[in-house]
Ligand binder design. Structure first.
Ligand code: ADP
Length: 281
């Protein structure tokens, strides 16, 4: 049994009559503690890049620097500004997800379009990396024939795209150059469907797995920051999936890689109609 916190008030009324009012405020206090933690986390996440930025500004103001060195400082400053931008964007996305009505289950999104958009973006990112002289990842996406039969999923296209691309982005960010990333879409016999991103990255120790979707939870803070992470990606994924009746399962082996899989229930999936051609006479 967990401890319960009660707020007790005693009212006197009439002749010697008393009313004792006891309220269970456990949940209220927990929510308040979570809110405080969240504000503290956000402040910390903003303060760090701001401190770095202020430091660079001071250096630029006070030291006579060569042009090349000055440019290097400006580049580092731009990185910090970009980090804050991503953080604010992710915070806004989360707050929008929390405040907006559930996506309609009558809007159908083409799985083919969704995955093709993710593929184009991932390949773009990979090309950009190659320009920076890192070996590109080996990216594998479902073949056209699979996508043609993938059908549709009910929900909000922008939200689903943000969830899928977050998972794909993580796979790329936590897999060293040249690693392999496989994206799959499977329609299952019971009418449900499964989207999965498998990587050959560092993997995740099982003790962290249940906490990964908490806001700002990271296995390795510095690694997450170095790769441009805000610590909010999987919290966004979790919210989007909840709003779509879908579930996330994570399996991982340290040193071998991870798989993040999303399962949509049958009600949310419209299988592609297979056209039966009349028999040839
Ligand atoms: P971040 O911005 O830090 O990547 P996320 O919420 O997207 O935030 O992920 C939370 C943490 O989960 C990451 O910091 C990382 O430790 C871990 N993680 C997420 N995806 C992967 C992956 N594909 N491989 C290994 N670790 C991962």
């Amino acid at each position: 049994s967990r401890p319960v916190k009660l707020s007790v008030q005693l009212y006197g009324y009439g002749e010697g009559r008393r009313l004792l009012l006891a309220r269970d405020v456990t949940a209220l206090e927990q929510a308040e503690a979570m809110r405080r933690d969240f504000v503290a986390n956000v402040s910390h996440e903003i303060r760090t890049p701001l401190t770095v930025l202020a430091g660079f500004v001071e250096t630029l103001q006070n030291l006579p620097l060569e042009e090349a060195e000055r440019n290097r400082y400006l580049e580092l400053m731009a990185q910090q500004a970009e980090r804050m931008q991503h953080l604010v964007e992710d915070l806004l996305t989360l707050s929008r997800l929390e405040g907006s009505p559930l996506p309609s289950s009558n809007d159908w999104v083409s799985v083919r379009q969704l995955l093709q958009r993710c593929e184009n973006e991932a390949r773009g990112l990979s090309t950009a990396l190659t320009r920076k002289q890192a070996r590109p990842h080996m990216l594998e996406f479902p073949a056209d024939e699979v996508l043609a039969l993938a059908g549709e999923v009910a929900g909000a296209s922008a939200e689903l795209h943000s969830a899928f691309s977050n998972l794909l982005g993580n796979a790329m960010r936590y897999t060293p150059a040249g690693g392999r990333i496989v994206v799959r879409w499977e329609s299952l016999p019971d009418g449900s469907a499964r989207f999965a991103v498998k990587d050959s990255g560092a993997g995740i120790d099982p003790k962290h797995i249940t906490r990964l979707t908490e806001r700002f939870y990271r296995v390795d803070r510095s690694r997450s920051r170095d790769t441009g992470g805000t610590g909010l990606g999987l919290a966004i994924v979790k919210h989007v999936l909840q709003r779509h009746g879908a579930t996330l399962s994570i399996s991982s082996t340290v040193g071998q890689g991870s798989e993040f899989a999303v399962t949509f229930p049958p009600l949310r999936i419209r299988q592609a109609q297979t056209v039966l051609l009349p028999p040839q006479v």
